[in-house]
Design a protein around this ligand. Structure first.
Ligand SMILES: Nc1ncnc2c1ncn2[C@@H]1O[C@H](COP(=O)(O)OP(=O)(O)OP(=O)(O)O)[C@@H](O)[C@H]1O
Ligand SMILES: [Mg+2]
Length: 408
């Protein structure tokens, strides 16, 4: 029993990390598979099926090896238990038989001894089975613990300030930010976005515009410097109370599987029909939903119709109109629209923006001429700032960008 004890202890401490690793591998393989299926057009378009199959095979192979490892060691454990018990039985039979022959033990004693021994060994064999189940369960607990220990975004002990209705005065004060240490993305950004103003961010791709918007939306936290809303530091604010007053139309906008109506109602499920219709009209959604048999109740996504990029964008804009936020972030909100739809939506965006603090990011500079201030971002710094006319007159970077586009 002692030998068996030592073996099981060794075996279980060997198997536990294997089980833990399996959870991770499983997540990796299924995650990649989901991505692959979502990106199936890219894969087909570049004839990359074989390559993807290989990636999947490599993952599955790893998973298989992991399962094999754990099965081998649990089988080794069970077979060593059986072997040890067999060995003991042979010994007892031999020794007991010898005693019975020598008349120092009765047959009845031997039989009852063997019988009782059975009662002891049976649970030991069971223990090795239960032991591997327990180890698997503990490995699962380890993974759960890892997840439970991840820091929650809206940490109530740090984010203590609950905002009431905000006005929407946003100030970036010497803000620096990096996604990875040593690779600064934003450097000492200073600007004020007063209540109700429109701040446009322009600049080359990768200069840091979305990052600035992400900071203003509290999706990211500055590494140094502060961002304040109505004078309150955003890192101390309860996310719930801030984000309920925020509306976003993002670069890679996300719609849920469900009806168009559900997707628009998403920020305010209990909005009235009238509010919904206003939002739908404002974003010119009815222009394409009228053509669907079920109108706003058409299901979109995997199980329903697929929408074009511009149609998706209009739904996202309707969602923001319905949310009626104090702070509005439009990151390339009209990039997928043709010029005609864009000019329609410009109207509704203008009415959406009025009275709210708005951040607009757009590559098409014609969409941001009206902004109260334009910040030209280059390499994570504000290279120029001012209104459209001022910047054009200055003949600097903005002028370059603008005239280049106008030529096209
Ligand atoms: N999640 C991330 N992790 C690491 N680096 C990132 C991440 N997101 C963005 N970056 C990097 O930060 C820099 C700024 O990215 P950002 O998305 O802010 O650019 P952008 O100005 O919005 O560009 P675009 O006009 O193409 O949308 C880029 O160099 C990018 O590689
Ligand atoms: Mg961007």
């Amino acid at each position: 029993m002692a030998v068996f004890g030592v073996i099981s202890f060794k075996a279980f401490s060997y198997i536990r990390p294997v089980f833990r690793e399996r959870g991770q591998l499983n997540a990796e393989v299924t995650g990649r598979l989901t991505e692959t299926l979502n990106g199936v057009r890219v894969i087909k378009g570049f004839n990359a099926e074989d390559q993807e199959i290989k990636t999947f095979e490599v993952g599955v192979e790893k998973l298989y090896l992991n399962v094999k490892k754990s099965l081998t060691s649990t089988s080794l454990l069970t077979s060593s238990a059986t072997f040890l018990i067999g060995l003991a039985t042979v010994g007892i039979m031999g020794l007991g038989g010898y005693y019975v022959i020598n008349d120092s033990m009765t047959m009845g004693d031997l039989i009852s001894f063997v019988l009782f021994l059975g009662f002891v060994t049976f649970p030991i064999v069971q223990m090795s089975n239960i032991g591997s189940q327990l180890t698997e369960a503990f490995a699962g607990l380890d993974r759960t613990e890892e997840i439970m220990n991840t820091a929650i975004e809206d940490d109530g002990s740090i984010r203590t300030i609950k905002l009431d209705e905000i006005k929407g005065d946003i100030i970036f004060n010497d803000v620096s930010f990096a996604y990875e240490e040593g690779k600064p993305v934003l450097k000492n950004i200073n600007f004020t976005a007063p209540v109700g103003s429109v701040t446009a961010l322009v600049g080359t791709s990768g200069s840091g515009k979305t990052t600035i918007a992400g900071l203003a939306a509290t999706f990211l936290n500055p590494d140094s410097g502060t961002i304040t809303v109505d004078g309150v530091d955003l890192t101390k604010v309860s996310l719930n109370s801030y984000r309920s007053q925020l509306g976003v139309v993002l670069q890679d906008d996300f719609l849920f599987e469900g009806t168009i109506r559900e997707n628009i109602l998403f920020p305010r499920p209990h909005a009235t029909e009238e509010e919904l219709i206003n939002a739908v009209k404002g974003a010119f959604v009815q222009e394409f939903t009228d053509r669907f048999e079920k109108g706003l109740d058409t299901v979109i996504g995997e199980r329903g119709v697929k929408l074009s990029g511009g149609q998706r964008q209009r739904i996202a804009i309707a969602r923001a109109i319905l949310a009626n936020p104090r702070i509005l972030i439009l990151d390339e909100a009209t990039s997928n629209l043709d010029t005609e739809s864009e000019s329609y939506i410009q109207e509704s965006l203008r009415s959406l923006m009025s009275g709210r603090t708005t951040f607009v990011i757009a590559h098409r500079l014609s969409t941001i001429r009206q902004a109260n201030q334009i910040l030209v971002i280059e390499n994570g710094e504000i290279e120029e700032r001012g209104k459209h006319d001022e910047l054009i007159e200055k003949k600097g970077r903005y002028f370059q960008l603008y005239t280049y586009q106008a030529r096209i």
